[in-house]
Design a protein around this ligand. Structure first.
Ligand code: UD1
Ligand code: MG
Length: 457
């Protein structure tokens, strides 16, 4: 068996999963069909396909130069990088194949059939016959714009992995990829008002129109989500698994809306989100199997951008971007905490991942060395952070700062809780992220009533 082939057990498991999923999909063609069931089954196929293809394509990627060194290992060997591109392509194909499931009946009912659109049925008739899980034809525009944005981010992400674009340039990559969804939002929906919290209503009214600023806000979300996942990185498995946690929490949130009686205004948005997230979970789980400690492949920036964009797309088109941000609390913290290095107030080395101590086999916080002593104001800032246990600095005999730990959540965690094995660190961060997310959702649905008139659940 070569490293690029599947073991017998793996082949059998993947084959059974694929056959079972295909059988379920075939079954949904009888009667009215159930797009949600089909989506779950397609996600099974998404998993099998990406699991096998990542294994098969590894050596091909290495040959093309898409490889990276796993720095936190005793034997530093090269493994395939950019494998997220494989998952992204499988994902895109599957969500395109999925289109007939939620839209097919609507297309048939809205025309007289046989592609003949001159005899259009009454609107009431179409609406009357509409079932839960089915979308009106108009939603296809949003769905297609989501696919366009995700395709753009893949192309740009692969470009980044190939050419290693500089950080200050690649920061804006997602902004370009968000153009399709923003344009379709403008054409199709165009709502730019926000609900004002009750305490502020006497001053601003119930609704406030943000106008063009609302588009800037959506673009900011699209820039933030992908980049924040890309910088909470550097240990095996963390990029994919943090995305899986966010996706699972979003699915939990979406499911709450399916339980509320139909027709509910927000149900469609959350179904839309489920249809995009379930296959995402399928492909990401497969990638996670290969990328988890000890990693056999790296995900590449393509995956980080792609994952972040999936979240941005469902948040924006589903109109729950604020809820989305509640699930990004660790990433928001990491981003704000990283700011001194991102904005070059403190030197930012190419890699800030934790330092591997070959003797103990554990990860320790990595540091940036101060070849020339920091300016007094920066020195004071660093010392204050050290006092607050938000940083660790090393001071020489003259009282000058010689080293400070890198400003990332992973390093800070190691400062707080001491050196750890790589997989242990990943698990702890994920657990913390999951509980932050759960708290976020709880706050969203329980406490929102204090400042807004209604929870839209
Ligand atoms: C971001 C971070 C950088 C971090 C890097 C790690 C910022 C501004 N940038 O950069 O500090 O070092 O991610 O992914 O915060 N690698 C490992 N083990 C892993 C994952 C990655 O050793 O588990 C190394 C490999 O050599 C791999 C490389 O990191 O080839 C990938 O780095 P890349 O994703 O290109 O870095 P950036 O996203 O630019
Ligand atoms: Mg990266």
């Amino acid at each position: 068996m070569t490293t690029a082939s599947l073991s017998n057990t793996e082949s059998l498991t993947l084959l059974s999963l694929t056959i079972a999923s295909a059988a379920i999909i075939a079954n949904t063609f009888h009667g009215d069909g159930e797009p949600l069931v089909a989506s779950v089954a397609l996600s099974g196929i998404a998993f099998s396909a990406s699991y096998a293809m990542i294994r098969w394509l590894g050596p091909t990627f290495m040959k093309a130069g898409l490889k990276g060194v796993d720095m936190s290992k005793v034997h530093k060997k090269e493994i395939p990088e950019t494998m997220g591109a494989v998952t992204a392509v499988v994902y895109l194909l599957l969500i395109i194949v999925f289109i007939p499931f939620p839209f097919y009946k609507d297309i048939v009912a809205a025309t007289s059939g046989g592609g003949n659109r001159d005899v259009v049925l009454e609107v009431e008739h179409v609406q009357h016959g509409r079932l839960l899980h089915r979308f009106p034809h108009s939603k296809l525009a949003s769905y297609l714009s989501a696919i366009l944005s995700l395709q753009s981010i893949c192309i740009l992400g692969i470009g980044d992995d190939l050419f290693d674009i500089r950080w200050r340039h690649k920061f804006f990559i997602p902004a370009f990829a968000s153009i399709p969804i923003l344009i379709v939002y403008f054409v199709d929906f165009g709502v730019t008002q926000i609900v004002i919290p009750i305490p502020l209503q006497p001053y601003l009214g119930e609704l406030f129109d943000l106008g063009i600023l609302y588009y800037a806000y959506m673009a900011a979300i699209a820039i933030f989500c992908p980049n924040s996942i890309n910088i909470l990185a550097g240990i095996n498995g963390i990029e994919v698994s943090q995305s899986l946690v966010i996706a699972l929490l979003l699915v939990m949130n979406d499911s709450l809306y399916l339980l509320s009686p139909y027709p509910h205004p927000a149900t469609d948005s959350h179904l839309f989100s489920l249809y995009l997230l379930l296959p995402f979970i399928g492909v990401s789980l497969a990638l996670c199997c290969h990328n988890w400690y000890p990693a056999r492949v790296f995900v590449g920036d393509t995956y980080c951008y792609f994952a972040g964009m999936v979240f941005a797309v469902v948040g924006i088109l589903g109109h729950f971007s604020k809820t989305l941000l509640l699930l990004f609390v660790p990433q928001i913290f990491n981003f704000l905490y990283s700011a001194p290095q991102l904005f070059h107030i403190v030197r930012c080395p190419r890699h800030r991942l934790p330092r591997f101590n070959a003797r103990s086999g554990l990860l320790e916080p990595s540091v940036t060395e101060w070849q020339t002593p920091p300016k007094p104001i920066i020195s004071a800032g660093l010392r204050a952070l050290h006092q607050l246990h938000l940083l660790r600095i090393t001071i020489d005999a003259r009282g000058v700062i010689t080293e400070s730990t890198n400003f990332t959540l992973l390093n800070l965690w190691l400062v707080w809780f001491g050196p750890k094995r790589e997989d242990r660190l990943a698990k702890e961060i994920l657990l913390m992220q999951f509980f932050c997310g759960l708290t976020g959702l709880f706050v969203r649905h329980r406490l929102a009533l204090w400042i807004f008139k209604e929870d839209n659940l």
